[in-house]
Design a protein around this ligand. Structure first.
Ligand code: C5P
Length: 277
């Protein structure tokens, strides 16, 4: 039996630079791994099976099963596994939970099935599962470009506390829908991401004014009530609040634990407390 953790991410910046002919978008993003996590357990089995504490997530489209099948095919492997997924990351929330589960599954099954697939092959397979999956192979703080397939490690963001608010919106096929709502007025040149990258490389002080998210405008008009959640987050003491991914999760970063706990307690059980990794 093998048990691994799959951690969430936040986007410190998320810029959309343009649209490729196939409809995908070119992004520039600084992604940051945080210690809010799902847990995956792998046990020997003659076939591939997934169990989850949220049963609605068990289906052929689950990225864990897609990752496992791709690995089986690539390694011509006939082994199965009983995979148990315990969700700690809110689902469909802009925190990358599904992508992180897929990356964790690839790494774990490569070991559990003793496949020894080289790193390069895992990278190629992870990009097939989803645009964000490659980032989660190593996590940390990274510059993510292209569709997500170009990942460059950055110096770690100094440790911060992360307060997250996941408003109760659940929209099927949310990510493509949010990308479709963007037009060229939401595109930027990558300058916000570049400024943050320089700040991290020079070891300069980080603050929330360096964060940016191209989806905020469309998210605030699409998710009715998101603005009220942002206002209550600010009223609870957050100096600034940003959207993660295509939403609807909102986050702020603070340096000290007492402030983070105070904001969390004022949000009365609606918030998650985590830390950057
Ligand atoms: O790659 P992934 O399956 O996670 O992407 C989900 C959807 O999000 C894609 O079908 C596409 O509509 C959109 N997307 C995009 N540009 C990206 C990543 C995702 O348009 N860079």
């Amino acid at each position: 039996m093998l048990t691994v953790r799959a951690c969430a991410k936040i986007n410190l910046t998320l810029e959309v630079l343009g649209r490729y002919p196939d409809g995908y978008h070119q992004i520039a993003s600084v992604m940051q791994l945080i210690n809010l996590s799902d847990t995956l357990t792998f046990e020997a089995s003659d076939r591939l099976q997934l169990r989850c504490d949220i049963p609605q997530l068990v289906g052929d489209d689950n990225l864990v099963l897609q990752a496992a099948r791709l690995l089986q095919e690539a390694a011509r492997c006939r082994q199965g596994a009983l995979i148990s997924l315990q969700k700690g990351i809110p689902v469909n929330s802009g925190l990358g939970g599904g992508s992180s589960d897929a990356a964790a599954t690839m790494k774990a099954l490569n070991e559990f099935w003793k496949l020894d697939l080289p790193r390069q092959q895992l990278e190629a397979l992870s990009a097939k599962v989803g645009s964000d999956v490659l980032f989660f192979l190593d996590g940390g703080t990274a510059l993510v470009e292209g569709r997500g397939e170009k990942v460059t490690p950055l110096p770690s963001l100094p440790r911060h506390w992360v307060v997250l608010l996941k408003p109760p919106f659940d929209v099927p096929r949310k990510t493509p829908g949010m990308y479709n709502r963007l037009d060229s007025s939401h595109f930027t040149s990558g300058q916000f991401t570049q400024t943050l990258v320089e700040c991290l490389e020079k070891g300069e002080r980080f603050d929330g004014s360096l964060c940016y998210n191209a989806f905020e405008q469309v998210a605030f008009s699409f998710f009715h009530g998101l603005e009220e959640h942002q206002q209550s987050f600010l009223a609870a003491g957050a100096g600034w609040v940003r959207l993660s991914g295509s939403g609807p999760s909102l986050f702020t970063l603070v340096e000290d634990r007492a402030t983070a706990e105070m904001i969390c307690s004022k949000l009365k059980g609606k918030a998650y407390l985590a830390g950057t990794l």
